[in-house]
Design a protein around this ligand. Structure first.
Ligand code: HEC
Length: 131
């Protein structure tokens, strides 16, 4: 006699779901350009405090006016780990994963939107190159 066995139906469904989600995250992404995509985000949202004499630069030593100074980081060290966006300080701060008082941009500035954060993360994961 036929017996309903849920595993026969649910297992393939779970497998398909897993497959789909893993395909999604490993899908090839276009190369992100520092000069065309990253610097404009920094210029628009960060530079007023992180240019030569901005309060962020004075307090932390981090200048966001170009590639070299971005990679140099703060007086305490790098804020970007090429290939590892998850543990890059800059991403932790713009994603708001740190203490809210030190999230970037500071204060009541407009936070980066998820598309901008995604672009930053992709660029770092692709090696944070000066491209
Ligand atoms: C309103 C001013 C302001 C804006 C805008 C701003 N910052 Fe900052 N930033 C600061 C100040 C001040 C500090 C010094 C450390 C602190 O007070 O947290 C700082 C420090 C930092 C640090 C170093 C934190 C550490 O661990 O030492 C990073 C990274 C940073 N900012 C990234 C950014 C990025 C990326 C943006 C743009 C998305 C941005 N900031 C926009 C003011 C600002």
């Amino acid at each position: 006699m036929y017996q309903y066995r849920p595993t026969c139906l649910t297992l393939p469904a779970v497998a398909v779901a897993l497959l789909l989600s893993s395909c999604d995250s490993t899908a090839p992404v276009a190369e992100v350009s520092f000069s065309k995509q990253i610097q404009p985000i920094l210029t628009q949202h960060c530079l007023k405090c992180h240019d030569e004499k901005g309060e962020g630069t004075v307090a932390s030593g981090l200048r966001l006016s170009g590639y070299e100074t971005l990679l140099q980081g703060t007086k305490f060290g790098p804020v970007i780990k090429p290939g590892d966006s998850l543990s890059s300080t800059l991403i932790i701060l713009v994603e708001g994963r740190a203490n809210p008082s030190i999230n970037m941009p500071h204060g009541n500035q407009t936070p980066l939107n998820s598309g901008q954060i995604q672009t930053l993360r992709q660029w770092i994961d692709q090696g944070a190159r000066n491209n």
